[in-house]
Design a protein around this ligand. Sequence first.
Ligand code: PHE
Length: 445
Amino acid sequence: MSKEIRSGRGGFGTDMGFVLAAAGSAVGLGNIWKFPYITGEYGGGAFVLVYLGCIALVGMPLLYAEMIIGRRGGKDVFDSMSTLTAQAGLPGRLATWGVGLLSVGSGFFILSFYSVVAGWAVHFVSIAVGVSRASPAGSQATFTALAGNGLLSAWWHTVFMALVVGVVAAGIHSGIERACKILMPALMAILLLLLLYVGATGGLGSAATFLFRPDFSKLSAGAVLEALGHAFFTLSLGMGAMMTYGSYLQSDRHVVRDQLAVAILDTVIALAAGLVIFAVVFSMNAEPGAGPGLVFITLPGLFARIPGGGLVSIAFFVLLVVAAWSSGISLLEVVVALGVDRFGWRRRDAAIVLGILIWALGLPSAYSSGFLDFMDDLTTRYMLPTGGLLIALSAGWLLERADREAGFRALPGGGAMLAAGWTFTIRFLTPILVLLVLLNGIGAF
Ligand code: PHE
């Protein structure tokens, strides 16, 4: 048993457990719902290429920064930030408060609407297994009957929040780590089965061409900025989720490798989900650019017409729920860690009380899609990039060199070159790119 587990704060039992939990946080609705639909809207290949660039230049450097700040600080976001930036005086205090408040705010806001969308996915599982009924008038009507029905949406939102609270209340090792050790392999197995299915039934070729053959004439400035914003969301960056998980790590040794594993898993899973979805779309001659309804309206409509569609539908929506679940727990953990570390609450009480508050904040989103979109925009467009900017600047300029580069030291040969490359990126490149997203968000372009 590790020192941390004995000390009562809890911690990941194994390195693999940490990677699976962090990947569980990263892989979510962002990968299986959002990535395919924005890729469809922005025309495929060229957008995918830009997105991959954003993951490499902004996502991975920030992922490392968050993990190492958390790991070194060893506490909730506020405490981890303040321990590491204390020597920086006023800028350090500003960074601590900025990152801390944005993290807690994003944890509340994102989970509140995320849970409503995840709840829709639970509803689709219940339709697929025959517990709930789809509308005889078709998939558009089925979705409208769900999203337009506040009470029904609120019910599934409640179910999803209960799943999330249950895991977080059980602790890091026996709750989050244990759940992710089951959920992530299950997710990958389902995705593999779906890939085999579309491989056998057709459409995979056109899907691959759509995703991997770039047509730069379709690329707009809007697409570039959307790709950058999505890189934050999909890697759970800019709100202390990876920082909080990092605080339960026991050493710096594998942080570089772990962040690489998380970024690769997240990217591969998004691309695989895209392949599955577009293979079905193209094999049925449907439209790839259907927008947010791609997964909830287009796909169910197509599933009803393909061979074995009933089973495919179960597999697909279980996949969506599993992905959302392991992300939801990381969102709640950010605020629960604060309650436990800073205010000394018992973990179970913190998870239940904070879970109920977030659930209540989600009700307006369940009743109004306008409110849901507002929360989504507020967090994805403004709060995450602002948090990411502050984290990049803190990691690059406020942290002592020993803290900053701790993860690289453990690499064979001391990792000096990599550390220098990372320092340059996090000091200059990442902040500039993030600033561009933010300026775009406030309509500066
Ligand atoms: N990364 C998750 C997804 O892709 C969403 C998320 C954002 C989770 C921020 C935690 C923190 O769905």
